[in-house]
Design a protein around this ligand. Structure first.
Ligand SMILES: *Cc1c(COP(=O)(O)O)cnc(C)c1O
Length: 373
């Protein structure tokens, strides 16, 4: 018996990976960082691999090692590594490390020496996002140092990669500029003797809209979860997450009553209020106060008053809503329920943030389609 749950449709995950593969000859990396964008890292990783993804993408080494601890042996790339992070376990576990600076290279090589085997890396060039990776001015020295270490057998450069700033803005001029910069970086690497097996640049948006950015591998995150990186287009993807909860209390109240903390909502007339046991402690944005859409009793309602830590209240008018009825915050949208995109619009954010923040420890995740095929 559940009172609130996050349902994750693993069939949708598999469908989405299949959809992505059908649009490219590149291999697909399923990005499963941040607990699989809130969907659960390990079940999503398994479903994505079943559907033909060949790589997994993690942000931290800890995430990559959690995949290994779950028995997943597919190639994993970790790309967000603080100086001083112990890397021995990652090298032992065959985790591929992103290296975008001389300091990171030195730490990767130190780990390789300690473990007694070469470290596999993907060298990262910053082509214009101005986040991680070596700027073009530092790139030559980095690839030359990596080439020397590779010749000595201390390191294997398996990839050269970069990340786009504006791939979701189709035809943004920075995409062409970054692509050109990336081609230059590959040429510099080739002159230093590095011809990597994996060249990769595309996130979901570029996977779906820019074949010229696919190279050997595409890194798809949001699209694996069935959400579109480009507003207004669905690309045949199927949203995997549904969030729902049972009404705890439904009761009649008179008109003119203030509802929830701060009384920011007032009932217009006698009405039925329904209390739903999900709040910002579960990832429902507090910005959804008086704006978040919820399906209950066959109709879409709007969160009445403030989102609390554990609860929201819905004004159901004279509809026959009862305790125990199921309220759906969002899902694929095919039963009339709002979508993660509707929530993103309602609170002024992106679908990525809506699903990724959902969950925490209190709400159970339930998987549909586990072990299918
Ligand atoms: C998160 C991330 C991705 C995936 O991005 P989506 O837009 O979700 O496809 C790809 N590459 C890097 C470096 C990332 O950090």
């Amino acid at each position: 018996m559940w009172q609130a749950e996050i349902r994750v449709d693993l069939g949708a995950i598999r469908h989405n990976v299949t959809r992505l593969r059908s649009g490219t000859s590149a291999e697909v990396m399923a990005v499963v960082k941040a607990d699989g964008y809130g969907h659960g890292m390990v079940p999503v990783a398994r479903a994505a691999l079943e559907a033909g993804a060949t790589w997994l993408g993690a942000a931290t080494v800890e995430e990559a090692l959690a995949l290994r601890a779950a028995g997943i042996e597919a190639p994993v790339l970790a790309w967000l590594i603080a100086p001083g992070t112990p890397l021995g376990d990652a090298v032992r576990a065959g985790v591929t490390l992103s290296v975008g600076s001389q300091e990171a290279l030195a730490e990767a090589l130190a780990a390789a020496r300690t473990v007694g085997r070469p470290v596999r890396v993907h060298l990262k060039v910053d082509t214009g996002l101005n986040r991680g990776g070596a700027k073009p001015a530092d790139w030559t020295a980095l690839v030359e140092a990596a080439a020397r270490a590779q010749e000595d057998g201390r390191l294997e450069v398996d990839g050269v990669w970069s990340h786009l700033a504006c791939a979701d803005l189709v035809d943004h001029p920075s995409i062409d500029a970054q692509l050109a910069e990336y081609h230059d970086a590959l040429a510099v690497a080739a002159r230093a003797g590095i011809t990597p097996r994996y060249r990769h640049l595309a996130n979901s948006a570029a996977t779906l809209t820019r074949p010229d950015c696919h190279f050997d591998l595409v890194r798809a995150g949001i699209a694996v979860y069935g959400l579109s990186p480009v507003p207004g287009e669905t690309f045949g993807l199927r949203p995997a997450m549904t969030v729902r909860a049972r009404v705890i209390v439904a009761k009649r109240v008179p008109g003119g009553e203030g509802v929830s903390y701060g009384h920011t909502y007032t009932t217009k007339a006698q009405t039925t209020l329904a209390v739903v046991p999900l709040g910002y402690g579960d990832g429902v944005p507090r910005h959804a106060s008086n704006s978040g859409p919820v399906l209950l009793g066959g109709r879409r309602r709007t969160v009445a008053g403030r989102v609390c830590m554990d609860q929201i209240v819905l004004d159901c008018g004279d509809d026959p809503v009862r305790a125990g009825d199921v309220a759906v915050l969002f899902g694929p949208g095919d039963q009339g329920e709002p979508t993660a995109d509707d929530w993103a619009d309602a609170v002024g954010t992106i679908n990525y943030e809506i699903v990724t923040r959902m969950g925490g420890v209190r709400i159970p995740r339930v998987y549909d389609g586990e072990g299918a095929e």
